[in-house]
Design a protein around this ligand. Structure first.
Ligand code: SAM
Length: 285
């Protein structure tokens, strides 16, 4: 069992196993105990928790979480990290599954390994941040929270408010399912190898019920995606081209929803999109 896995020890273990970092798998590892503890604090991990980790890498964050949680399950795509994890996680009681998180059967994983209120924690590979988040949010699984380390701009987009440059489809999708809390910021120097961008932890806490009632969820999602189709156009113009509608019908719809037909989509809130959605749905019946 490795007692202290600091940067020097980690490099020694990785090199002994002949490990080579893969850029395409977003492998930027963390080793400083202080930072790992900050992430575990942000995730609010305690002795009752079942934690799902995506991408344990060399297991540094995994170890810190395993010391605090009841159970940790980690999904790692890179087979060459398995012998490393076997060594670094020896004695920690962590279950490591070698799989691609985007391909595994997430419901089966839940039934076999997780429980209601599980917490997901991950230092995510930046190139697949959004698909991973959306996969979990759309799964309908009863997770408590997602605490994820992502590119700083992406974290800020998830937590954005209408009318700001960061506000977009990702904001709307995430905030439909979760409340957001921006947490620890990390500069590139905290990782090895250092990424080109700054990072930030964000916690997404699952809402018990959506913040707005919509009659057709797919239409609701299409309506906010349309808003950001071309940010410089008014919402009416985006609506017209994305849904192939008559311009006057779009203007009427906006007026019925109590909204200015000249408004740009980036200024519309979830509540506004829900109102438009429910009007369209009622009128099409
Ligand atoms: N958690 C470690 C840390 O903080 O040092 C490693 C984080 S590193 C940014 C991302 C990890 O995710 C890598 O170990 C990478 O191999 C793994 N990974 C990349 N794509 C994955 C996928 N689709 N499913 C599971 N793991 C993946």
């Amino acid at each position: 069992m490795i007692d202290k896995l600091d940067g020097a020890k980690l490099k020694e273990v990785l090199s002994r196993h002949g490990f080579g970092f893969s850029k395409s798998l977003g492998q930027n590892f963390l080793s400083q105990e202080r930072i790992l503890n900050m992430i575990a604090n942000d995730a609010d991990i305690n002795g009752e928790d079942t934690v799902l980790e995506i991408g344990p890498g060399a297991g540094t964050l995994t170890r810190v979480m395993a010391k605090r949680a009841k159970k940790v399950i980690s999904i790692e795509i890179d087979r060459t990290l398995l012998p490393v994890l076997e060594e670094t996680l020896d004695g920690f009681g962590v279950t490591v599954i070698n799989n691609d998180f985007l391909k595994l059967d997430i419901n089966k994983l839940y039934e076999e390994q997780l429980c209601p209120g599980f917490k997901l924690v991950a230092n995510l590979p930046y190139y697949i941040t959004t698909p991973i988040i959306m996969r979990v949010l759309e799964s309908g699984l009863p997770f408590k929270s997602l605490t994820i380390l992502v590119q700083r701009e992406v974290a800020e987009r998830m937590a954005a408010t209408p009318g700001t440059p960061e506000y977009g489809s990702l904001t709307c999708a995430v905030q439909y399912y979760c409340t957001t809390k921006l947490q620890t910021k990390l500069p590139p120097a905290c990782f090895f190898p250092p990424p080109k961008v700054e990072s930030r932890v964000i916690t997404l806490t699952r809402r018990e019920a959506p913040p707005v009632q919509v009659k057709n969820e797919k239409l609701f999602f299409d309506l906010f995606h349309a808003a950001f189709n071309n940010r410089r156009k008014t919402y009416v113009n985006n609506l017209k081209s994305v849904f192939s509608l008559d311009r006057q019908a779009c203007v009427d719809l906006m007026q019925k929803a109590g909204l200015d037909p000249e408004i740009r989509g980036e200024r519309l809130s979830l509540e506004n999109f829900a109102r438009i959605c429910n009007l369209m749905e009622t009128e099409n019946k």
